[in-house]
Ligand binder design. Structure first.
Ligand code: DGL
Length: 221
């Protein structure tokens, strides 16, 4: 049976794991997180890397066919180090969907909602340099969101503060650049209204896994 490991600092990755369970019903999905150290989003890159390496040990030990780093913060800061440390493991990362957002926007303004550590990462800077030279990118402050969502304390007022910035800037695409925010996608959409498209990567991850596992090793089902 194919084994797919899924890691996140906290409950964000669980939304991705749930989706993968639907997409790959025959696979074994093994979820690992780091309840002791979540959130990662304001930590330094070296802390994120060290914590991620420690927390994925159950997935390494389980000899997963692929490990999804279902955490934008860990992907953008640490995926290179993980690939170097475990060269025989297939890592699939999740990073903010800047490229599709840039391709889809009609207003020329996109919003990226992500943790401070993701927004500060060289990988994110590279994505912006590559795809957003002729569009405006706003990055509303979501620094409290992951911990609020982690302890089920998110509220409409917090969402409204960010939605107002998105609307004020005239963004027509909002990128969910943190998997914790997947849990409140519908709340954000209902406050934003229908004119702003929200992008999140669960389907893209499914497609990536499908091609990786079916061409590279044994078929999934
Ligand atoms: N869910 C994670 C992400 O996608 C990080 C949240 C956190 O630990 O701050 O970035």
């Amino acid at each position: 049976m194919v084994k797919i490991g899924v890691f996140d600092s906290g409950i964000g990755g669980k939304s991705v794991a749930n989706k993968l369970e639907v997409l790959f019903p025959e696979a074994q999905i093994i979820f690992a997180n780091d309840p002791e150290h979540v959130p990662y989003g304001s930590r330094t890159p070296s802390e994120v890397t060290a914590l991620t390496k420690a927390a994925i040990q159950p997935l390494i030990a389980a000899n997963c066919d692929a490990i999804v780093i279902a955490c934008n913060t860990a992907t953008t800061n640490s995926i290179g180090d993980l690939r170097t440390a475990y060269p025989n493991t297939h890592f699939v990362g999740i990073e903010p969907m800047v490229k599709p957002a840039a391709a889809l926007t009609k207003s020329g303004t996109i919003a990226v909602l992500a943790t401070p550590s993701t927004l500060a990462s060289p990988r994110y800077a590279q994505l912006k340099a590559e795809y957003t030279t002729d569009i405006t990118v706003i990055e509303p402050d979501c620094s409290t969101w992951a911990s609020l969502i982690e302890r089920n304390g998110m509220n409409q007022q917090e969402i409204r503060k960010v939605v107002e910035q998105i609307q004020h800037a005239g963004a027509d695409i909002a990128v969910l650049g943190c998997t914790h925010y997947h849990w409140i996608k519908e709340d954000i959409q209902s406050i934003l209204g229908p004119n702003v498209t929200i992008l999140e990567p669960s389907d893209a991850i499914g497609a990536r896994l499908d091609s990786l596992l079916s061409t590279d090793s044994e078929p999934l089902q």
